[in-house]
Every structure is written in structure tokens, then in C-alpha cells.
Design a protein around this ligand. Structure first.
Ligand code: E4P
Length: 220
């Protein structure tokens, strides 16, 4: 499974990228607004940090305008993937942009039926929101599993990006469910490293080593 960072924060992206396991980035209008910089400038800066798919979302709600915005975003960098919402207008724009060779990530997906529509429109990525479904009492991961089955049944090439992942178990379950990509906040990626037995084990290894090679007098 590819790991994407779900943030537009440059410090988080630099730190995550330095670990060598970040394959791409997802942003949305809320995440871009949080950083306070114009979307085009922010996306360019992100593209300089992470070499992989960088999703940038349109804010228009009408297909023609989404296409205009989408083309502008796609022109920023070869790695930009244009995000369109899963509305009728968004799907219309997805179909048209995909036909022009622009890769589209269809976002705000909450059901397998919606994912089927996005794949039929030629989406490069579909983004089902796991955490937000959990929030309203629906098991978000079931949607990932259903989409994986449906896409496999018909050989759709659209990649499943498990979005709105909130914790380690979400990431593991998304991988088990067959998501191609998991996008997560920096905090979640950081938490994936943690295990108390790793810390305990390393501590013991170093103590044993130091007892012999650092603390013992040098043999003559
Ligand atoms: C990413 O593409 C989504 O916009 C993001 O994962 C949504 O996450 P949230 O539900 O935590 O805002």
C-alpha cells in the first residue's frame, strides 16, 4: 500500500519525506486554507518536497469551472492530480478532464455506488472517507472492502485511496481491505513506527553492547 500524507504543512511534509516512506500527498481546501498561502504557491512548494502524486482540489461547483480550475492546477507540476468532488458536476468534470489526460482523484466518496460512478467516469483515484463514515455510525472500512470487490469484478484501474484515516488500526485495516493507497495525517504516520518492545529491545541491545565494548577495560 502506498502511503500519502494528508497535510499541506511543509514542515510535516519535509519530516515525513525524510523517512523515505511517503509516496504522495493529499490536500483539500480546508488543509490548504490552514496554511494561509495561495493554493498554486502551496502546491508548487509541496511538489518540491515530495516526488509522487500530489492531489489538489478544485473549489468550483459547476463542471465547466471545475475543468478550468483543474487544468490550471494540472499545469503547475507533472505530479499534480486534480481532485473533484463526487457530485454530478464533479463527475462530469472528471470524465472530461480524464479524457484530456488529466488524472483525477474523485473525493468525498461515501458509498460503493458512488465509487462505481467515479470509476466509470475514468477516475485515476477514488477517495472513500473512512473516518467520517465511522463518525456517523457506519463502518467506513466496509465501504473500502466493497469497492475493492467491485473494482476487481470489473477490472477497473481506478486506485482506491482510503482517506480520512484517523489512527493506526485504520491504516492496517485499509491495507487488509486492499486499498492501494492510505492517506493519513502526519501524526498517524508517526504513530505507525511505535512499539514498546522495539524501544525495550533496543535499550537492552545497547546496554549489552556498551557493557562489553564501552565500559570494560581494553584487553592487552
Ligand atoms: C483526503 O483526501 C481527505 O480530504 C481527508 O483524508 C479528509 O480527512 P478528514 O475527514 O480527517 O478531514
Amino acid at each position: 500500500m502506498k502511503f500519502f500524507l494528508d497535510t499541506a504543512n511543509l514542515d510535516e511534509l519535509k519530516k515525513g519525506a525524510s523517512w523515505g516512506v511517503v509516496d504522495g500527498v493529499t490536500t483539500n481546501p480546508s488543509l490548504i486554507a490552514k496554511e494561509g498561502r495561495d493554493i498554486k504557491d502551496q502546491v508548487r512548494l509541496i511538489c518540491d518536497i515530495v516526488d509522487g502524486d500530489i492531489s489538489a482540489e478544485v473549489v468550483a461547483t459547476e463542471a465547466g469551472e471545475m475543468m478550468r480550475e483543474g487544468r490550471e492546477l494540472a499545469r503547475l507540476h507533472r505530479n499534480v492530480v486534480v481532485k473533484c468532488p463526487l457530485t454530478r458536476e464533479g463527475i462530469k468534470a472528471t470524465k472530461a478532464l480524464s479524457q484530456e489526460g488529466i488524472r483525477v482523484n474523485v473525493t468525498l466518496c461515501f458509498s460503493p455506488a458512488q465509487a462505481l460512478i467515479a470509476a466509470k467516469a475514468g477516475a485515476y483515484i477514488i477517495s472513500p472517507f473512512v473516518g467520517r463514515l465511522d463518525d456517523v455510525g457506519h463502518i467506513g472500512m466496509d465501504v473500502i472492502r466493497d469497492i475493492a470487490t467491485i473494482y476487481k469484478n470489473y477490472g477497473f484501474k481506478t486506485q482506491i485511496l482510503a482517506a480520512s484515516l484517523r489512527h493506526t488500526l485504520h491504516v492496517i485495516e485499509a491495507a487488509r481491505a486492499g486499498a492501494h493507497i492510505g492517506t493519513m495525517p502526519f501524526k498517524v504516520l508517526d504513530q505507525l513506527f511505535n512499539h514498546p518492545l522495539t524501544d525495550k529491545g533496543l535499550d537492552q541491545f545497547l546496554k549489552d553492547w556498551n557493557k562489553v565494548f564501552q565500559e570494560a577495560p581494553v584487553a592487552r
